[in-house]
Design a protein around this ligand. Sequence first.
Ligand SMILES: Nc1ncnc2c1ncn2[C@@H]1O[C@H](COP(=O)(O)OP(=O)(O)OP(=O)(O)O)[C@@H](O)[C@H]1O
Ligand SMILES: [Zn+2]
Length: 673
Amino acid sequence: MKPLGNFMKQYHYILLLLFIGGSVLSSILLLSHLQQEEISFQVFKNKLLEPGHVDRIVVTNKEVATVYIRSCSPGNNQTCDDTVQGPTSGSRNMSHHQYYFNIGSVESFEQKLKEAQEASGIDPHNYVPVVYVKELDCFPEMMKFGATVLLLAVIYYMDLGGVRGIFSIGKAHFTKMDKNAKNKVFFKDVAGCDEAKQEIMDFVHFLKNPKKYEELGAKIPKGALLVGPPGTGKTLLAKATAGESGVPFLSISGSDFLEMFVGIGPARVRSLFREARRCAPSIIFIDELDAIGGERGKGRYSGGNDERERTLNQLLVEMDGFATTSGVVVLAGTNRLDILDKALLRAGRFDRQITIEKPDIKGREQIFTIYLNKLKIDQEAAFYSQRLAALTPGFTGADIANVCNEAALVAARTESTKIKMQHFEAAVDRVIGGLEKKNKVISKLERRTVAYHESGHAVAGWFLEHAEPLLKVTIIPRGTTALGFAQYVHNENLLMTKEQLFDMTCMTLGGRAAEQVLIGKISTGAQDDLEKVTKMTYAQVAVYGFSDKVGLLSFPQREDTFETSKPYSSKTAALIDDEVREWVAKAYERTLQLIEEHREHVAHIAELLLQKEVLHQEDLVQVLGERPFKSSEPTNYCRFKQGFKEENGETKDIPPTVVKDESARKNRGARGM
Ligand SMILES: Nc1ncnc2c1ncn2[C@@H]1O[C@H](COP(=O)(O)OP(=O)(O)OP(=O)(O)O)[C@@H](O)[C@H]1O
Ligand SMILES: [Zn+2]
């Protein structure tokens, strides 16, 4: 089969050459088809110069004037490309004919032309344009033409499926890591996702010994989807699978398939699979599969995207096409399983799904250990990995790698020879909230509002049994929107009870409640909190079946906000809305009560915050006493959003010690909760 394969390759080149040759030849023929005929100025004036008939005159090298006739001469009783009386011949299609004459001097020519046009009754606004060119100037035109022909040829050629060589536009822009590559990755380099590793082991066994599987007639899954949030190590795990199996790793991002040229996407898919088969056993990894794998037919509403669909179809074809025994395993990463075309998930394609979650505290510790071992630190790696894991709830592997690098940068800036705890703390803060903006201008009033708001969260969390108590709170503005944030101890239970969710809702409302009770005025700073609360409560009522009124029904929540049709009647919709409103109101009532009870505490913490800007758990213990409940592990950042405006636009200062505030009570009463 080999010689034939080679012949096919050559055949593609020959085809391309023939194509280009043909194009060039035909364009030459086309050009030469434009016959030129010498005429005198007199003939030009008498026979050609009628209104709307001459398109333009091009004077080359101030000598020769070429007359271009319009193919359509409106207003002259001639139809397009019709027979027009030529100056010397009879019936002839003028559009393919050019006439030229010598002009003598430019001045006399222009004078003569002007007079002739006047005499022919041509309106001065419609005088024939005259263009002066040098001989060489027509080359760019020809080159443009040539380049266009060439490009068309290349595109056509690639659409035919011959993607080898030529400019490699159609070649998949994949990165290939050979089995002997130096920067290989192994399972030991991927921490905190043991279950995923376990699941992917099947592929490793198979890739190491495809023959054995073949002999036994075993069917190996062709591909697996690695599903999880960005930065959780999907790419890393796929790479490690290749490393462990000792096979080449070909990776490409879903978006890399798509280019502005039509036909490139499918060509790139073909090229990628061809290469994978050539060096099989091998692993293909497609990151961001959702870029091409979205449901087909959906794009049409938003302008359509046939190129993407053709690319996806090609991928499906390739996955169907290669027998399991060809030894190519396709892995793909996505965090949008919900939008993928169902055809991708069918048996024989990505028939396995491996979920990679954000790492828990143990996972984070393991990932920190990996990266700390590469750094010069002033303590044992274990010392830091434990502490840092506790400080970084919700961080992905990528975030952790980022923290470690950031810490090294901070240490280098302070000219420290080793990286210390304060460097890591600064790095964590930076990753959490973007760069510190200490000198950002905030009014005194705003700062106070932020402090009371954050204090409200902290105190509420402290005294609610099922809420996540505070770990750290700050009113140093960060990033572009956060004016302050609180970091909570987070329980990582997989199941949540109704009581837990109720307490969490109250804690989230704690910021707004503190504003209302202690400041007496509410601000826009609670927007983020309210969004969270709304989402959480809708889920309880419409998804988890917590509401007696709605009953044990579950309507999956769609992220798609454009979804107009809901899977329930408008009556149910109204019922759900009412329930949600009532539940949130109930939670707010409870929160207000709690904040009232602890208003001295809230004020105390807020004032302390204004003083120190950052408070840790220890500071809270000092003010509030030991928390009456057992607590677990940290996460969750409440961001006090920027955009705060006092209700009536005044910027009154708030007295530092808060006394009873009647207006807050009145407000509450008015809302009838
Ligand atoms: N579990 C982990 N163990 C060690 N390092 C990790 C882990 N997860 C992520 N990283 C680090 O984060 C980097 C980015 O991770 P990776 O690209 O694999 O994430 P991903 O899930 O593929 O993200 P995306 O969906 O954005 O492509 C890795 O190169 C690695 O340095
Ligand atoms: Zn808040």
